[in-house]
Design a protein around this ligand. Sequence first.
Ligand code: ADP
Length: 540
Amino acid sequence: MNGQMMQQPLLISTLLIHAERHHAAQEIVSRRVEGDIHRYTFRDLAARARQAANALRALGAQPGARIATLAWNGYRHMELYYAVSGSGSVLHTLNPRLHADQLSYIMDHAEDDILFFDLTFLPLVEAVVDRVQCKTFVALTDRAHMPVTKLPNLLCYEELLAGQSDSFAWPALDENSASSLCYTSGTTGNPKGVLYSQRSTVLHTYAAALPDALNCSASDVILPVVPMFHVNAWGLPYVACMVGAKLVFPGPALDGKSLHSLFESEQVTLSAGVPTVWQGLLAYVETNGLSFSSMRRTIIGGAACPPAMMKTFQDLFQVHVLHAWGMTELSPVGTVCSFKPVHRTMDKSAQEAVQSKQGRVVFGVDMKIVDDSGRELPWDGKASGELLVRGPWIVSRYFKDEGGDPLVDGWFPTGDVATIDANGFMQITDRAKDVIKSGGEWIGSIDIENIAMAHPGVAMAACIAAYHPKWDERPLLLVVAKPGQSLTREALLAFFDGKIAKWWTPDDVVFVDAIPLGATGKMLKHKLREMFREHRLPTV
Ligand code: ADP
């Protein structure tokens, strides 16, 4: 016997319809590429998304066609999120921090038909135009700001919209149809496309918004620093419409000063980003003796959040840190470190230790850890093995079947190495590729980096495997010192005393000017390993 409830497909357009009908006056504030601050409401967003959907039809966009964006976080990008996916095409968000070679590879692999881009990225578009199949280019600006360019027939977004009606009936799509496409950033081999569906996106949105997940409500003012080109800004553009939260978009200005002024002027309550962006912000706020008057929570993920950074946010600024883990392949939210009642009675330092974990799954995601032979490992907080996940917003195959079938018995192997404790809190100890294997035993590079980052003289630290004649690999610590600090190798090594097992202490420290970061702000350890391939560890 079937249930007798209404059958309605889970569609991205319904998020926008809901936001317009129930939160019409809620604001979206954007710092524009043109330099000024733009503000409008969900009512305006919905009307302009419908105009954009009409414009896409006029440009000949077919159902399922890939429509690319190369854009910062801003209202025009948001309009395309809904116009493209809502009308049945596939939104392909490109990462502008990629090299032109990678970008043209990805655009052709995805078979992008139209590219919408922010003016900042004109040089990048000019660098790829002769190398890609895509023939239609649209600048996300008005006529007055249209650039002089060698791009043939460059279209102007505001003109395209102005010529279109703001009525458009969002089609009743199959909820399993493709809605958007993101390529993994390529820190692990060739970029591969992850093709989300209408249904997976809406389910992910419900889960991400929950109190023990990203905890979003109509009372929030959300400023996603995480880019809309990096796994859909972790789903926040969809969550904001679902819950009716005010959105604040920082555009291209991601320096500490610009971000802080926007946090304050718009009274932001919740933000989200990778650890590296918070470093600049915290340094600016601390040096200038400032504070956060409205921000109460920040979500940090994409890479392990150093406990020292958490402490600064929480102790100095009363901003609670939500440590989260995810991947492009997971849409991206997998786990969030929200306390259970058992943690509430713990003392502060025990709570901080819990917070350095990546947390527990949100409903919809299941996880397990396995040993080298695939046997499931216990949840004792000690046994570590590869982390596998499954759920309705987790990839089942990559776009165009790149790389073959990725699943193992229906589970997706994440390539991360983790422990899970008795409360179900997962902690990433490393990426399988970054693990240091010393005499056959694993050393977790994240632990070592976290300790180094707690030293007051350290701005950034990366721990990699270096060749060792006896142990095969030993940890080598690369450190960027804070300006004006006289930090020595010996002092830093002594700092590890009593904080980890003696044999985990790095064999050597090298001071560097910078640590190479990838397109999503993560440390490029494979590059570091290449750079230090010839490094000889001291033999004592
Ligand atoms: P890429 O795999 O190309 O870097 P993603 O942005 O999808 O692209 O990155 C996912 C990976 O980022 C995870 O597999 C994990 O290694 C790392 N990661 C994400 N969040 C965290 C976190 N909170 N702590 C440690 N590592 C994290």
